[in-house]
Write a protein that binds this ligand. Sequence first.
Ligand code: GDP
Ligand code: MG
Length: 441
Amino acid sequence: MSDSGDTTAQQRVLPVPAMGLVVLVGVSGSGKSTFAARHFLPTQVVSSDAYRGVVSDDENDQSATGDAFDLVHRIVGKRLRRGLLTVVDATNVQREDRGQLVRLAKEHDVPASAIVLDASDGLVRERTRLRTDRDIEPDALARQQHDLSRGRAQLDKEGFRRVHVLDADEAGTAVVELEPSPHDRRELSGPFDIIGDVHGCRAELEDLLTDLGYRIERDDAGEPTGARHPDGRTALFVGDVVDRGPDSPGAARLVMNMVDSGDAMCVLGNHEHKLLRALNGRNVRLQRGVEQTLQQLESRTAEFRERLREFCDGLVDHYVLDGGDLVVAHAGLKEAYHGRSSGRVRSFALFGDTTGETDEQGLPVRLPWAREYQGKAMVVYGHVPTPRPEWVNNTICLDTGCVFGGELTALRYPERELRRVPAHRTWYEPTRPLHEESTGT
Ligand code: GDP
Ligand code: MG
């Protein structure tokens, strides 16, 4: 764009999720269709006016509104199921209308953003007067303006990830910036060494990395500060690096340094999730290993604790890798959730497919999603310790209970080769034997 200097200065940049729903909001004549045509592909824009025309031969026929929105919602649903960016061009001045669209986005586990075109009433009236394609009653326009102003203040509490409000000048110059999903790392093809739940077993992690061919760097005290594979392989941690074991800070330091130097990636585990809450000063139950970590952290600096807090805060709940052929999530992930972002996707990735109920020992009841898995991607995860990793429909759990005296396991990808090292000892007594599914918490 060849904007003059002062235009550039006020040019708004609007981040919009590349996989998500964009809800345009504005009265007739506020410039929604113009904005949509300028920033999005025609196939990405679903317009209520266009479907009013499709079902009635007249885009102005208000009696066709119900049928038109049936189609709008169906098409939006079909596109979101396919993970396609979709823009709804309709006034959306009523809270209930926006609510239906937010629910559609949630149903498909994608974020929704709102872009409010907030042209002044005078400008809208003037444009409406000049328009030849629409016949808008002044009363109808006033009603829309009233509806919109009523909901404006609460718009950011309706479930949108972001709400952008643009005045007429900003609407003319703004640029839309598509934000790739943080889960989408399809461009990375490894090779990876995917490593199961470490749980503070720093020494066993060093053993495993060494066995895999990584060269470990150390500080003067001998503590590992980094590890690099001579062939450029990437270590990929399934989460639960911390808690329960003898040296969670040391294990976390090694993993954080490896991530910083590009030698590793790591997804969020439920233990990092809980530790983050504790480090944020939230009230967490001091059980299941977080109490050890917090105690071990007392001998570390405040800077280290803050770095660990930021690290946990920045972890993504799953990655889609290698052109979509590999998915890594702490507790696994069913195919419909691959690459998606929502509360229930996060909860599945962290805790597995739980029913929300607990058994007689207070442990979560799990559903066997892997046994029904038919997806194309290999899904690699941890979370529930088992004595031996086992392939179930192109999925594999790498948690072999190192902290409970089992082994620490890695899967080489794409080779599909398993490597494991034994625990130096039992660091934490399991609540039940490892072969009984559902010890993982
Ligand atoms: P919608 O009803 O919200 O979809 O509004 P439209 O995009 O159809 O715009 C309504 C009228 O305003 C049309 O005649 C557009 O040409 C005009 N319009 C929209 N945006 C702008 C703008 O940024 N500048 C000017 N000058 N006219 C605009
Ligand atoms: Mg329009």
